[in-house]
Design a binder for this molecule. Sequence first.
Ligand code: NCD
Ligand code: ZN
Length: 347
Amino acid sequence: MRSLTIARPDDWHIHLRDGAYLSTTVPDLARVFARAIIMPNLLPPIDQVQAAEAYRNQIIQAIPPGIRFEPLMTMYLTEQTSASTIVEAKKCGFVHAFKLYPAGATTNSNAGISAIKSLYPVFEEMQKQGMHLCIHGEVTNNEVDIFDREAAFIDESLLPITKDFPKLKIIFEHITTIESIDFVKEASNNVAATITVHHLLYNRNHMLAGGMKPLYYCLPILKRNKHQQALITAATSGSNKFFLGTDSAPHPRSAKENICGCAAGIYTAHAAIELYAEAFDLVNALDKLEGFSSFYGPDFYGLERNKDKITLTEESWQVPATLKFGEDILVPLRSEDHILWKVNNST
Ligand code: NCD
Ligand code: ZN
């Protein structure tokens, strides 16, 4: 039986939701990951330091006893965010990034930004303070095809931002296309990207061919196979510009299997590192998993690498059909199907 020991990984993009949902999402995450960048797209959005602190406390309460886990908080950029909010966030010490959602781009993004240029004074302060910027990079214009929205965002917004704020540390999140990979490779070392495990393991055929499957619907939407292949190549290349961010995003089953509009988001926190191991193993690149999962993320965020380790063994197990999710249930990725790797210890 093959096994692999790596430094304990971190998840650089996850949605935990709040309230009763935390008793599912936090234990699943903290089972393996030591730290995670927590997305702020709650209702209402986490756009004040006080709200980030209260949310952080809720998350900490949900950590199972005996487990070391640190939530790295983010705050939501709105058109009201001011430079003084950035200063306050930097001072508190537990906010590690601000998140830019173009208004209407995804789940709970209505409070996001319509005119990115209006944020320039805020970006100026972030650059000065060394506060990281996480970007959901998709245009929202309905005339742009949903499969082209990420590529269009590069020309429309990302290139100008990186040109105007060369020292701002930017994470182009959950990238899904060849265009984004090329952009990140060519950009300065202040630009990096996260890659989800579902974009490594699946393409749009999984979602659309042979019957439409809401389980696979997420944003940015799954793309063609050639983009999936390019993402696998980038993630397993050993480049420190690409690192792990699951974008695990749970929704109740009723919100996913909804004929009037399936909620975007895939739940992977129950088996994230195991699924990444599968994806890397498929191209014989398990030796590249540790850098991607455990080194390049903390390096980019200016944090220490974790010193403790986890061990993955090649051992097939079956994912339950559903998981309890507050008063609801959710359908996890690989529901009733098998996963080929398992984590046995996490110290
Ligand atoms: C996320 C969610 O549900 O909050 N959904 C998703 O499809 N990834 C939001 C996001 O990251 O786009
Ligand atoms: Zn997300």
